[in-house]
Structure formats: C-alpha cells, structure tokens
Ligand binder design. Structure first.
Ligand code: BGC
Length: 520
C-alpha cells in the first residue's frame, strides 16, 4: 500500500493567533441566530396553554379541556391539531435546511443567516395578526424556513471563525442564545397571559420579530469565514480575514491548510452523493445519530409542553407558566457551565456526565408521577410533592444544558471536511427537526397512552446514547477543524473506514506504507 499516510492524531496543530475582539464580536452577532429558534421553542407551549388562544383557534380543545376536569389527567390535552400548530414549523425547517445548504455553500454563510432572519420576520408578522388557523400555520411555516436557514449556517459559521482551542466555547454561544430565546419567550408568555383583553397571545407571537430583526441586521455586518471565502475563490480576502480574526500576520500554516482543504473540496462535485462514500461513514453516522439522540433525550417535552405538563400534574395556569420560567432560567445558567468547560474537559466528559444525570432524574420523575397518578391518571398533588417534581425536572434540564444541548450542535458542526460540510450540516439540521417534529406531534398522545412510562421510555434512550458516545465518539476538543480526519483515522472503530490515501492534511507525513494511527 505505497503512498499511505503516517498518521499521528495525538499531535494535531495549534496555529498561532489569539482570540481577537473582532472574532469575539462576530461570533456573538452570529450566535444571535439561535435566538429565533429558542424564542419559538419557548413561545408555542405557553401560547397553547392560554385560554383565549385556544378559544379562538382550537375551540374543541378548549371545550375538551374545560369539560373533562375530573377524568384522566394524562389525556387532557391530547389533540392532533394543537400539536400540529407546534410541530408544523419543524417540518418547514427540515425542508428549508436543504435549500440553505446550497446558499451556504455558493454564497457564503452570512447570506443564509440573512435570509433566515427576513423569512422569520415575515412569519412573526403573519402570526401576530393571525385571523384564522391558516394564517397561523402559514406563519409557522415561514418561521420554520427561517429556523432552517439559521440553524444550517450559524453553527458552521461559528466553528469556522473560532480558533481551534476555543471553538467549543464560541460555538456554544449559539446554544446559549437558544436558551436565552426560550427564557425570553417564557417570561413574555408569563406577562402576556395576564393581559385581560384576551389578545396577549398576539403579543407573544408578534414579538418574535425582535430576535428576527437582530439576526437580520446583524448578519449584514458579518464578514464571511476564511474557509468560505477560499471555497468561493476569494483567496486574498480570505488571507486578510484570517489575519484580522487571528490577530497575527503569522497565518501561513493555517491558510495553507485551508487552501488544501478547499482544493480537496473542489474535486467534489456532488457533496450529496459524496457523503455516502465509505470514508465519510463516521461523519455521516454522527450527522444522523447525534441530532436523533439529542431529541430522544426528551428535552422538548419540557421545552414545548412544560406549562401543559405542569398543568397536568395539578398546577394552576399561572403557576405552570412560572414553573417554565424556572426551567428556562436553569437552562440558561447550566449552558454557561459548558461554555467554560467544553474546551478544557472536552466533549466526551460532558456527554457522559450529562447523560448520567439526565437518566437518574428521568427515573425519579417517572416514579414520582407513577406513585401519585398510577395508570388511572387521577391525583391531587400537594404543593411540596409538585415542587419536588419540578426540582428533578430542573436537575434534568441542567444535565441536558451542559451536554446534549450545546454538543448536539457543536459536534456535528466541527467534524465534517469542507467538501461535505454544508451537506452534512443539512443532514444534522433536518434529522434534528424531523425528530423535534415527531416528538412535538406525538408527545401529548404518548403521554395519554404511555403515562408515567413516557419518562422511562426517554430514560432508556439516554442509556443507549450514553453508551454510544462512550464507544463511538472520539474527543474533538482543540483539534483544528480541517484536520479532523486524523481523529477518525485513529479511532479504534472508525479508523477501519478511512484508507491512508484518504488523508490529505498539512502536517501528515506521507510515508511508505504503514499507518501509525494511535487509538483515542
Ligand atoms: C435543541 C432544542 C431544545 C433546546 C433546549 C437545543 O439544542 O436542539 O430542541 O429545545 O436545545 O435548550
């Protein structure tokens, strides 16, 4: 096997340069793309628990909720149409992310963000002024297109701008903005639910225009990433940009590696067909499984339906909205933990610890609900018992917020080689949206049928995903993004999929046969 590469994955490069103020601010602005996604996640649950909203658009659900007070709590809100309101957005985002991949690759990351912001803005207006269910759903579809574009471009943008050593931290800015968006939405719902005239939900929905305005305007000021500039043939601009974002003239090594990656990428005409090649199997597997697992943690049951869930266990309307403000706060603060540890502890440790924490909490919450509600779904919880349930839900949210939440976006955005990066990220976004959709659409029905067992169901998935990470996910912290192939090559399992000839990275010596890949 002459001409193979000698791989030493342990010794990846550390390019010169520091975290410049410029790169920090561009990353903060780009990360605001997460606000629109977060705002939307947080707003729909609260709005669908408002009586005035239900009465206007979903009168049957409203009547059903009022009428069967004394019966099974698990099934109180089981309505396909109501779930469709929440989940339609994610189907739209799923489809949009494929179009976004073309825009992101051909025109640069910033125009995808801009397009996302504008579409979201129009969706917010339609929703705020909605007169019927059609306007409502149409608005949600536009919001979904906005989210599809933003989620496709922002994580990749952040991972390309950041110096390798701080990539985790800067990328998690996106997730931090998601959580801030969710919290803002929770707070706004809490405020607007008190509006007497019954139009509070309009304010909640229309205020989505604020985060949309931020990313739309912000993206206009963003420079494009050096990787994308080179990919589109603007070599001089790319060099200048690299100097500016790294704060040093000593960028030659990194620049040459980016050019090499881009040359490689140019040979690939069909990223979609290409991604199916054997050598990309590890990345493809992660692009599918990471978002799938992220959603199977069950997090969106809490994020979308916390107010409904809290009502189910006997909280009043206001207390329910308040409790979702509490989980929203925990979500933001716990995300900060990962911002400051992800590049030191690494991705794997956070995944494993967070998984264990979520598992324990899910079992406890499921059991607490089982004890009181059993299978009949009838119970009256004391205040302290309900507070106990909320406490464990909070610890669960914290576990998610420093593991699968941020890492579910970070890891896929940093593992693809340039030639399949846009396509890979679209797969990641669309799988994420597909399972967000499925959970949003099915949760209330699942709760009705699986009862407290629903929590055990998600706990089972957490066991599977944590084992998967332990065995199959190599550590990617501090590894330059265009050198990631070395990490796969030296993995005990994935190494088998990558031939020595497939490795074309600057620092790899071309040897005469043997691959000296170490294991991770
Ligand atoms: C997930 C969302 C989730 C949010 C919660 C994100 O990473 O993709 O589905 O609602 O985290 O903070």
């Amino acid at each position: 096997m002459a001409g193979g590469a000698i791989v030493n994955a342990g010794a990846t490069k550390d390019y010169p340069g520091k975290l410049t103020v410029f790169v920090f601010f561009t990353c903060v602005v780009a990360a605001t793309g997460g606000l629109i996604f977060g705002y939307d996640i947080g707003i729909s649950g609260g709005v669908t628990s408002m009586d005035s909203f239900l009465k206007k658009f979903f009168p049957t659900v409203y009547r059903q909720e009022k009428e069967d007070k004394s019966t099974n709590q698990y099934c109180k809100f089981d309505s396909q149409v109501l779930q469709m309101f929440t989940s339609s957005l994610y189907l739209a985002a799923l489809v949009a992310s494929f179009f976004a991949s073309v825009v992101t690759r051909a025109f640069g990351r910033k125009w995808s963000m801009f397009g996302g912001g504008v579409t979201f803005l129009i969706g917010a207006a339609l929703n705020g002024f909605a007169k019927n269910v059609l306007m409502l759903i149409l608005g949600r579809i536009l919001l979904g297109i906005g989210v599809g574009f933003a989620n496709q471009s922002v994580p990749v943008y952040l991972s390309e701008m950041a110096p390798a050593r701080l990539r985790g931290m800067l990328n998690i800015g996106f997730q931090l903005m998601i959580t801030i968006g969710i919290l803002a939405a929770n707070l706004i719902n809490y405020g607007t639910s008190k509006i007497k005239g019954g139009w509070g939900w309009r304010v909640s929905l229309a205020l989505a225009a604020v985060p949309a305005g931020i990313i739309t305007l912000g993206s206009l000021f963003l420079p494009d990433t050096p990787n994308s500039l080179i990919e589109r043939g603007y070599d001089d601009k790319a060099k200048k940009m690299l100097r500016r974002i790294r704060g040093t003239d000593d960028i030659h090594e990194e620049y040459n590696d980016l050019v090499a990656a881009s040359e490689e990428a140019k040979l690939v005409e069909h990223p979609w067909r290409n991604i199916l090649q054997r050598k990309y199997r590890p990345q493809l597997t992660m692009a599918i499984l990471i978002p799938f697992f992220q959603q199977l943690t069950g997090i969106n049951v809490i994020m979308f339906y916390a107010p409904v869930l809290f009502k189910t266990i006997g909280f009043g309307g206001e207390a329910s909205l308040m409790s979702s403000v509490i989980t929203g706060l925990v979500n933001v603060f716990a995300t900060l933990v990962s911002v400051f540890t992800v590049d030191k502890l690494g991705r794997r440790k956070l995944f494993l610890q967070g998984g264990a924490q979520m598992l324990v909490c899910q079992i406890i919450v499921g059991t607490l609900i089982a004890i009181k509600f059993g299978t009949s779904g009838e119970a009256n919880l004391s205040k302290s018992y309900a507070a106990f349930v909320v406490l464990f839900i909070c610890v669960y949210v914290a576990g998610f917020a420093w593991s699968w939440g941020p890492l579910g976006w970070l890891v896929p955005s940093e593992i693809f080689p340039l030639e399949i990066r846009s396509a890979g990220q679209s797969i990641n976004v669309s799988v994420n949206m597909l399972f967000t959709f499925i959970i949003a659409q099915a949760f209330l029905t699942m709760l009705c049928h699986m009862k407290f067992g629903l929590f055990y169901f998600f706990a089972g998935w957490v066991v599977i995903m944590t084992t998967f990470v332990a065995l199959f996910l190599p550590e990617t912290k501090n590894v330059p993004i265009e050198e990631m192939v070395l990490v796969w090559k030296s993995h005990w399992f994935w190494g088998n999929f990558i031939a020595d000839e497939d490795i074309h990275v600057g620092n790899v010596e071309m040897g005469n046969g043997k691959s000296k890949a170490g294991s991770v």
